[in-house]
Design a binder for this molecule. Structure first.
Ligand code: NOJ
Length: 746
């Protein structure tokens, strides 16, 4: 008996040890003690070293400032982290240098793993169109797992900046225009990257960026000034950051932008008062690339030394590539300009994460070549990418139910500059691989169609061509086909960091190509491939069918073919408005009414609108069609008055009235009709994505409570006010099918 108990105890002990190796479980207190003990041994220079981050020159993702002897600095304990090192072998090699330093403090390796590491997923804006939190989390999970298996500890993602301006190149990296949807997505992405929590061998640290209001760049020009009210900051730009924090984001990054006169990097209100103060954030803040030094160009700091002082004082813990901390901080401390307590706080935050990641137990635990080989580019990871890619596609138009295409078509003409492109499928901000394979549209179609279907191809023009000399050949090709699939849009590097554009119409002569092909009289399916909303009014009016396919990643062509032939019924919904004209930007669904609300007509009517175009966008937030049809009926509210302590239960019925199984995103919007501050005409407050077979129905329930009805009042308190609310349920922000009202009473 005793022997048996002993055996069980031994087994338990072994199990605990194995588990501990997998996920070093450090309690918060134990880590605090270890951090304090280590801090006590550190010299000032070693402390400052922890606040310093350099790029590896090989993969630089920004301008290189200084060609320092980085490797020597690592051995001297002058570096806390490196970005743009990747791969089990390379990270091990660099970590070995850190192990030669006096205190052997491991480095953190960070990389922009934005939408996949080895397997590329759709660009983040495309994924946002899925309105599918599970899919979005899976995408980040796969990316996290692959990156962790390649020696990485940290991704500079998710970018949770709201933007209302599609001219801004970084629109592709976010979740669009709506704070509610973007907050859910921020949470899903953080959870995906961080998996079961820091310390797990397949989890990497997330980084919510760019704190804050980087997406409010005036004119959509990257890095530009953000000049917004405190109300707009709190109502629109901050919620996704708070959601990322609540989901456990290990790190935050500040921004290149100034906010209302103060650069985000040196902004105490943002980093100290809000993030580390009101929100009680315990992780660390990394600057953006060189953004500490750039406060000199902003005209906010006299020189790099003062920039370092302003940044650390404002709560910016780690200096990415400015060299401002490493070059000036010791002097600033000696001159009593920076209290040592401030340095200690920043160092502690960083060491804390290194302990949580288990790097003090084994600095090489993520750098395992065997694991890397197994995890990267696995069939499962590619399958996941295809799933997410399908879900990201938005059906913008489908006249006469042209789609889905029959698999028995004899001849299909595949035309357009992006029809055979592999590289453009990856989109901006992806990790490049020499032996990568991104499935082009043409290859996806080849994989899909049977032997009896002939695929013809003509390029027509390149993306930015101004010449129409190849149109004739494209037209001749179209003439031989039953249907034309026309792939147009942007090259992968036309939307991304520093890729702002004033003209977001389809580039070059592509829309003329659509006209030429349409003139053949053949049915035309247009695929718009881009990282941003583009403008293509003629195409919108005249193409028979349009699918917004964004940049969908490794499995792009296969996913598009799945949708074209009905193996998957598209269900994506736009996470951002598509304008009619650049002149109406910013155009977004949750605007304010004004005293002379727009009637969405044209002409001089003394209302708030343009004389020459409608106020509405070409495609509204939340818009997207399906191959089937859905009916929304039976709106029920279990009460029409409620107090702030009550819950209002809302239900309606969704029925699939068409011929295909499919998913619909049922969207609930509210309008607070009257309040002490004006409220938007519509705010998304809930949605459900539901799968129904043809003929099937389902009841959908929403709950409205105090939180749903609260807003920042005149004194910027998060509060409710009595009054009436309009309740709207629809399948798009501009297609409301059910309406009611209720009253909040004291
Ligand atoms: C600058 C970008 O703004 C930021 O998002 C990125 O993480 C860094 N460069 C590092 O590449």
């Amino acid at each position: 008996m005793q022997k048996r108990i002993l055996t069980i105890l031994c087994l338990l002990l072994i199990a605990c040890c194995v588990l501990a190796q997998q996920t070093p479980q450090h309690t918060a207190d134990a880590i605090d003690r270890k951090v304090d003990a280590l801090l006590a041994k550190m010299t000032l220079d070693e402390k400052i070293g922890q606040l310093n981050q350099y790029t590896s020159d090989r993969l630089a993702t920004g301008p290189l400032t200084e060609n320092s002897s980085k490797f020597q600095d690592i051995k001297d304990g002058k570096l806390g982290s490196m970005l743009n090192v990747k791969g089990a072998k390379e990270t091990r090699m660099v970590q070995e240098l850190a192990m030669q330093s006096r205190l052997k403090i491991p480095l953190l390796f960070g990389l922009d793993v934005i939408h996949g590491y080895r397997v590329t997923f759709p660009v983040p804006l495309a994924e946002a169109a899925s309105w599918d939190m599970q899919a979005i989390q899976t995408s980040a999970r796969v990316a996290g797992k692959e990156a962790a298996a390649a020696g990485l500890h940290w991704t500079f993602a998710p970018m949770v900046d709201i933007t209302r301006d599609p001219r801004w190149g970084r629109v592709m990296e976010g979740a669009g225009e709506d704070p509610y949807l973007a907050s859910l997505i921020a949470g899903a992405r953080v959870k995906g990257f961080q998996g079961n929590g820091l310390g797990s061998l397949d989890a990497i640290m997330a980084c919510a960026k760019h704190f804050a209001a980087y997406g409010a760049a005036i004119g959509g020009r990257d890095y530009n000034t953000a000049d917004i009210s405190d109300r707009t900051l709190w109502e629109t730009y901050l919620p996704p950051f708070k959601a990322a924090l609540d989901a456990g984001a290990a790190t935050f990054m500040n921004g290149f932008n100034e906010l209302n006169g103060i650069p985000a990097t040196g902004n105490s209100y943002l980093q100290k008062d809000i993030l580390k103060g009101k929100w009680n954030y315990k992780g660390f803040v990394v600057s953006d690339w060189g953004s500490i030094g750039e406060m000199v160009q902003h005209g906010y700091a006299r020189n790099s030394k003062q920039a370092a002082e302003l940044a650390i004082t404002a709560g910016s813990d780690m200096d990415m590539e400015s060299h401002a901390y490493i070059n000036n901080m010791a002097q600033l401390v000696k001159e009593n300009k920076v209290p040592i307590a401030l340095i200690d706080d920043a160092v502690k935050r960083i060491l804390q994460k290194k302990f949580e990641m288990g790097l003090f137990d084994d600095p090489y635990r993520f750098s395992n070549e065997e694991r890397e080989k197994k995890e990267l580019n696995s069939p499962e990871n590619r399958a996941a990418a295809r799933e997410v890619a399908k879900k990201s596609i938005v059906l913008l138009k489908n006249d006469k139910q042209l789609l889905p295409l029959s698999k028995n078509l004899k001849t299909i003409a595949v035309i357009g500059p992006l029809a055979k492109s592999n590289i453009d499928m990856m989109g901006f901000w992806s990790v490049k691989w020499d032996d990568d394979h991104l499935v082009s549209l043409y290859e996806g179609l080849e994989n899909k169609v049977g032997k009896n279907t002939r695929l013809l191809y003509a390029q027509g023009c390149d993306v930015t061509d101004t010449s129409k000399s190849n149109f004739a050949q494209a037209v001749a090709t179209a003439m031989q086909a039953d249907v034309v699939i026309l792939a147009i849009g942007e090259h992968y590097d036309m939307t991304g960091e520093a890729k702002s554009r004033a003209n977001i119409h389809l580039p070059g002569v592509q829309e003329d190509l659509v006209k030429a092909i349409k003139a053949t009289g053949k049915p035309v399916v247009v695929l718009t491939m881009s990282g941003r909303p583009m403008i293509f009014n003629w195409t919108a009016d005249n193409a028979d069918a349009i699918l917004q396919t964004w940049w969908l990643g490794s499995e792009a062509g296969n996913a598009i073919a799945d949708v074209l032939f009905g193996d998957y019924n598209p269900a994506g919904k736009l996470p951002i408005s598509f304008p009619r004209s650049e002149g109406q930007i910013p155009v977004y669904y949750n605007y304010k009414s004004t005293g002379r609300p727009s009637a969405n007509d044209m002409g001089i009517n003394y209302r708030s609108g343009y004389n020459d175009i409608q106020n509405s966008p070409r495609y509204a937030f939340g818009y997207g069609l399906s191959y089937t049809q859905f009916a929304l009926t039976d709106l029920k509210l279990d009460r029409t008055t409620l107090t702030a302590n009550d819950k209002l239960n809302v239900s309606c019925t969704l029925k699939n009235t068409g011929n295909y199984a499919g998913e619909e995103v049922v969207q609930l919007y509210l309008r607070d009709e009257f309040a002490s501050v004006t409220r938007p005409v519509k705010e998304l407050k809930g949605f459900e994505k539901i799968y129904l077979k043809a003929g099937e129905s389902k009841t959908i329930n929403f709950v409205i409570d105090k939180e749903t009805l609260s807003f920042y009042d005149q004194k910027m308190n998060w509060a409710t006010e009595p009054g009436t609310f309009q309740l709207m349920i629809g399948n798009s922000s501009d297609h409301i099918l059910l309406k009611s009202k209720f009253e909040l009473v004291k």
